[in-house]
Write a protein of this length. Structure first.
Ligand code: BGC
Length: 412
């Protein structure tokens, strides 16, 4: 048995829009606009085995978050389940659009709601990890240009200030932004996420706006409270070149710069910890990402399962000499046939990185329950807990107990 450090944080991660019912933000508008199109284009997007296994992908309804998992009203039930799974930490996000539905108007009921969520987490002896922006913001801000709005950083910092003041001492860990680079790539390069652009200048501007939003929020929260840990969550890509030429290697270097490094550099000295969110490794050719042919070691989304990437991602961050948290790690696996091995194998790589000197202090599995997977809708299921789409009944998957066992022993 290999032990994890004492006081290691174990939990699951979630995000507001993916589980809370009836959100009204940039994403809820985007999904309504695109649901039909996504359902109609599923044949082009997904392989035959996926189309056969998950026919919901052809229904427009699959792409509307709607009542989601009703977490906004059922959070206590879900937190009880997390507690029963042995978790001692919990990551969730606040929907800014609920807090500030109109420019400068803060909704005291919504603030009270999230205070209650934090209280409910603490009462269950779990450490709350609070994400302030998991890809959603108010509509009035989206209408002004979303993250490119002139005053996005200041507006974000003000909202961060309001929330930090409301939550006070009960929160020790903040995530300002979730995976800013994924949002930038989806919204300004691929054009598949809001605001649906393919514009390099806007992409560069988005890096600037989001990094200054993070830096400002960092300063504002720290001014209120010295003893909090603030960071952003970072998706760490693992690329392999399709050919071993100098040109391909240069391409990979370029890709690493924009995915894993640029944002980190732009927020230097404004991070108290670093985060790893790792999902897959990909092969990169001059034409872009090569479609994965392997159908065995892949998730339901066709993402290649490659545990070594966990180790490599952690070791990439080690040189910064800051505590590291795996703020997301998980897979879409409806039948739960692969999740158990995935958890064990990935945690073995975390353990290996710790033995090699990395200061890893926590792991959050993505996700606690099945949820709404953005432009893919409900069919990919990431939960340790399965949710019946009709009744919304919660049921622990087998892997939920496997994870609990690891937590109980604090070892693998
Ligand atoms: C995001 C989650 C998402 C998960 C799986 C992460 O990049 O933060 O919101 O559900 O990936 O796609």
């Amino acid at each position: 048995m290999k032990k994890f450090p004492d006081n290691f944080l174990w939990g699951a991660a979630t995000s507001a829009h993916q589980i809370e019912e009836y959100s009204c933000n940039n994403w809820s508008v985007w999904e309504k606009k695109n649901a039909k199109k996504w359902a109609q284009s599923a044949t082009e997007k997904w392989q035959l085995w996926q189309q056969k296994k998950f026919p919901e992908m052809f229904e427009a309804e699959n792409y509307i978050s709607g009542r989601a998992t009703e977490y906004y009203t059922r959070y206590e039930e879900d937190l009880d389940l997390a507690k029963a799974g042995g978790h001692n930490a919990h990551r969730f996000s606040i929907d800014w659009a609920r807090i500030e539905p109109r420019d400068g108007e803060f909704d005291s009921k919504a603030i009270e709601h999230y205070k209650n969520v934090v209280r409910a987490i603490s009462e269950r002896n779990m450490e709350p990890f609070v994400t302030l922006w998991h890809w959603t913001h108010p509509l009035w801000l989206e209408e002004r240009g979303g993250v490119l709005a002139k005053d996005f950083p200041e507006k974000f910092a003000h909202y961060a200030h309001i929330m930090a003041e409301a939550l006070g001492e009960s929160v020790k860990f903040y995530v300002t932004l979730n995976e800013p680079t994924s949002y930038i790539a989806g919204g300004y390069i691929a054009g598949k996420w809001p605001p649906g652009e393919k514009n390099i200048f806007h992409m560069l501007q988005a890096y600037k706006k989001l990094s200054s939003a993070h830096n400002l929020a960092y300063d504002v929260i720290h001014k209120q409270q010295e003893n909090v840990h603030i960071g952003f969550t970072n998706i760490l890509w693992r690329f392999k070149p399709s050919k071993n030429t100098l040109f391909h290697r240069a391409l990979i270097r370029f890709a690493y710069y924009f995915t894993n490094e640029k944002f980190l550099r732009m927020t230097q000295d404004h991070n108290d910890y670093l985060s790893v969110q790792y999902y897959f490794s990909v092969t990169l050719s001059l034409m872009g990402i090569v479609k994965e042919k392997n159908t065995t070691f892949v998730t339901d989304l066709g993402w290649l399962i490659d545990p070594k990437g966990v180790y490599e991602s952690i070791m990439f961050l080690k040189k910064y000499n800051l505590p590291i948290y795996l703020t997301e790690d998980g897979l879409a696996d409806r039948s739960d046939m692969k999740r158990e091995k995935f958890i064990r194998d990935n945690l073995a790589q975390v353990q290996r990185a710790i033995s090699d000197g990395a200061d890893v202090q926590g792991y959050f599995h993505w996700s606690l329950t099945d949820n709404f997977e953005w432009d893919k809708g409900f069919w990919p299921q990431f939960g340790l807990i399965e949710i019946d789409r009709k009744t919304l009944e919660r049921k622990q998957r087998k892997s939920f107990w496997v994870y609990k066992n690891i937590i109980d022993r604090n070892a693998i």
